[in-house]
Design a protein around this ligand. Sequence first.
Ligand SMILES: [Zn+2]
Ligand SMILES: [Zn+2]
Length: 271
Amino acid sequence: MPDTGELERWLSARGEPHLAGASLDRAVAILVSGRALARSTWVDEADVSEADFERLLEEKAPDIDFMTSRVVNFRTLDPSSRSAKLERCRQCRSLPAQLPCPHCDGTGELTTEDGKVACAACFGGTAPPCSACGGTRRSVHVKVVFGEDTPKPFAHIFLPELPFGLRGPLTRFFLARGSVPDILTIDLADEFQAADAYRGRRSRSEVRGHRADAALALARTYVERLSKLPSFTAVRAAAFAWPFVVVSELGPARATRAAIRDEIGALWVLP
Ligand SMILES: [Zn+2]
Ligand SMILES: [Zn+2]
């Protein structure tokens, strides 16, 4: 928190009217940031070998991982295929067990400018085994669920009501912050309004003695809406209350400024 001594020094150094002639209004910005996980899945039919089927039976969708910043792909067996049976492989059922390699016509060699070289696509002229059954001639016809988890970071700044000209500079100040001090963390579920209500005034939201106005309710609504988005499997959000003081100077200029500390404690007076 900027203290009044600091503000006074700043104002007098600028030759501005003395602090005694300024009104101070304590306010707070609510910052919300977090990460959502968007999970998309699609189903495809496939013929898989017995070994691959055994592996698929064990595969599970990964747990929610909020720490990762990369896309995670996974596959699982569709529940309807858990009891699928081994059968004659559909992919090679109508083919002879051993086919001549289509690349070298079964010779095992390719003719190039440098002469004859061994064909890399086969083993001595025999085509590679069926990719579905691996040459066992038996496979399992299954539905496979393919999935993709994509992390979606989000952040939003909610400001209380402010005198004209402060919204832009304060927004830019918060956008430029590399980190938010942990001490500013708040729980959006907490009840912040009680302190004000008993004085009989209009109930307005306050956080730690600073007015938040509608910013608190807007931040709550924002997180609630994100959590309900059907495209998001999971949402984890953190909220912070960043205090500042609106300084309204008296005198002919009647300038209005915001005094705020950054994440390393330096005092800024905006704009
Ligand atoms: Zn070949
Ligand atoms: Zn096969």
